[in-house]
Design a protein around this ligand. Sequence first.
Ligand SMILES: C[S@@+](CC[C@H](N)C(=O)[O-])C[C@H]1O[C@@H](n2cnc3c(N)ncnc32)[C@H](O)[C@@H]1O
Length: 430
Amino acid sequence: MTLVGKKEKIDRRGVIEEDNNTNNGYISHTKNFNRHLLDDFYSTVESTEFYDLAEAILAEIQDPNDVVKCAEVVSKREPGGAFYRAKLWAKISHLLEDIENEKKHNLELRQLCELVGLPPNKAKGYIIQGKAIESVEKAFINTGNLREAPPALFQYAQRQKDRAGEYLIEAAKIFEKKSSATPTQIHREWCHKNGSIKANLDIIKPSDWWAFGHPKWRKKEDFPGSIPGEIYANALYYFAPKTGVAVDAMAGSGMFKRVYDDRDRWQKDSAFDLEIHLFDLHPCRNFIQKHDARKPLPIKADWIFIDPPYFGQSNHLFDGDLAAAKHYAEYLELLKEVIVALTASLLPNGKLCIFLPKWSGLKPENPNYDVPADAYSLAINAGLHWIDAAFVSRARQQEPGSARKNNAAKRYRRMRSDTCVLNVFEKSGV
Ligand SMILES: C[S@@+](CC[C@H](N)C(=O)[O-])C[C@H]1O[C@@H](n2cnc3c(N)ncnc32)[C@H](O)[C@@H]1O
């Protein structure tokens, strides 16, 4: 199949005018039948007839030049326009599937877009919408109400990218219960179950800068000190083996288990099959075992994560020696015991992930402790070697009510600590 520069334009009624000076050579024995079909399609007013003709066009017309014009004409119709525009674009995409050469494929798509004056990125969006509708049809779910839905619903679906099909299946089910549901109501219900699109952006970060503005796993009210689950997801994704033992030795709210149980959301092709264990000095969930991390773990592990109470910031949140340490030297002494015990708990080639922020007093005369660097020295002295680090935004400067602290930081020329460092160490193979 080739597209040639046949000069045609669509008038306001949707009738195709041909420039007979050129001939694209598209000859088919069904041409007359198709021409009638197209003429009827462009001129029909009544909705049921329009739907029947649209289905016939989808089944019969094989020339992408014609399909693209139908998609454009149909888009002006209400109801049904957005639905059939998407389906027709999906059909165009299927018609172009045979073109293996990517450059040639894109060129053909561009030429089709030019024919109807549509930017290619819009066409690609309609293709996503159309393929999402096809998933609903493949799931044998009634598309009757979906067919009449306004364009906004398909745009919401498109924004879910590879979950667009799931989105429309959900929408079709909602329509079955309430045919008058609006796109906003449907979208709200989707976000309620699946999180907003912002929270659904790829959890795994491509670089060592990890900022999670809309954490997917919400904090539990009884444990305000949990970290965004995305940190566990990235620490596992990049540093854990696919099988073996993974431990959170200061498990707090149990966020680690929530994220691991939800790994289909982020593990891509990793297929993790880990044995996970959670410990804490003060367990607050029944799946967390009581254990003081200053003593070796009762099991050996391939991957251990710790998010210790932060120096000088957490004694209002947690019980436990690290949280309560008044002096930095005391804090480091306790941290040393933890790091030595956890190093002993690692299997050969096991990884220890230590998540800590710097501690900066508010004024220049206050101490400024580089806690991650001190933990680094403790880990190296314990016999581990450093393999990587990631820097995680704490988003403190954007917290409500931070203006006074932000202004004070600038006035006193003392930057606030707004980053946690995840240092990752490895035990040598024996
Ligand atoms: C910052 S919280 C961890 C929060 C956890 N990452 C989450 O997302 O829910 C620190 C935890 O360390 C625990 N902890 C403090 N000292 C400990 C110790 N010596 N051994 C084990 N856990 C300890 C505290 O009880 C607290 O639950």
